[in-house]
Design a protein around this ligand. Structure first.
Ligand code: A2P
Length: 266
């Protein structure tokens, strides 16, 4: 296996000092045996980070695959999410997630969406409390704006470890990336592939230059920016492909991809 096909096993360091694998398997819209098979395959090829959510309805299958895989629990970084509709029932919801996953703790627990579009520091307080009890190693949010992150900090003195937002070259905004960096909040991107035209000629040219696929270029671009990526796939080959991104993009390729949103409309 050539080095550029190497499975990426790098991590980012969160504000607490703990590590989070930079590449994970997304499981949105993976249900039942599809979710179980995808997680088993991912763990087999070397993923050590799985992203799920109460709302995905697949936690039991994700947990089953983790148990079957034989990979020790402590080697796997597991994220799940609190649906905004369960605000006020945080403890019971996390308990349900842990039961379904068959775990004693999750590595990361996120507020899936700002409830009714609001930051809700009271909900964030509950996440912090359950973290203090050891049920979630890290806590964070998803789909929050920078302004909402600040609102949580102003109310509680604590920033989320992670904000998971939709992200790809097509959605790149330097000010958003830098806003997270300045605050020490790790940016985690979801839908890295769905939001891209993988047949875009510019992207295809970069992929050809490295002998890789456009999807691999998009995912490598996240790694170059130290952004956590969680591509979803239930296809055995694509699960392996998405992690085999040990090649490096040049700085000019990274810049071209950063400008993807501007240039592709011309
Ligand atoms: P599939 O599950 O059949 O592989 P995202 O994570 O950006 O939301 O993207 C998920 C979508 O992209 C799914 O439809 C998934 O389909 C597809 N996908 C995943 N990996 C690849 C890949 N390497 N090339 C093309 N499409 C992919």
């Amino acid at each position: 296996m050539s080095d550029q096909r190497r499975i990426v096993d790098a991590s980012v360091r969160l504000a607490s000092g703990s590590e989070m694998p930079i590449l994970g398997l997304g499981t949105w819209q993976a249900r039942g045996s599809g979710a179980r098979g995808a997680v088993l395959r991912a763990l087999e090829v070397g993923y050590r980070h799985i992203d799920t959510a109460t709302a995905y309805g697949n936690e039991a299958h994700v947990g089953q695959a983790m148990a079957e895989s034989g990979v020790p629990r402590e080697e796997i970084f597991v994220t799940t999410k609190l649906p905004p509709s369960r605000a006020g029932r945080e403890r019971a919801t996390l308990r349900d997630s842990l039961d379904a996953l068959g775990l004693g703790y999750v590595d990361l627990w996120l507020i899936h969406w700002p409830p009714a579009g609001r930051a809700r520091p009271d909900v964030w307080e509950q996440l912090l409390e359950l973290q203090a009890e050891g049920l979630a190693r890290e806590v964070g949010v998803s789909n929050y704006s920078i302004r909402q992150l600040d609102e949580l900090e102003q109310a509680t003195g604590r920033l989320p470890a992670v904000n998971q937002i939709e992200w790809s070259p097509a959605l790149f905004e330097r000010s958003v990336l830098e806003g997270h960096r300045r605050r020490g909040v790790q940016l985690e991107g979801y839908s890295p592939l769905r939001t891209m035209n993988l047949r875009d000629p510019q992207l295809v040219r970069i992929a050809e230059a490295h002998g890789v696929t456009p999807a691999q270029v998009v995912l490598r671009w996240h790694i170059e920016h130290a952004i956590v990526a969680i591509p979803k796939s239930t296809n055995s080959e694509r699960i392996a492909e998405n992690a085999a991104i040990g090649f490096e993009l040049t700085s000019s390729e990274i810049e071209r991809l950063d400008r993807f949103a501007e240039t592709r409309s011309r």
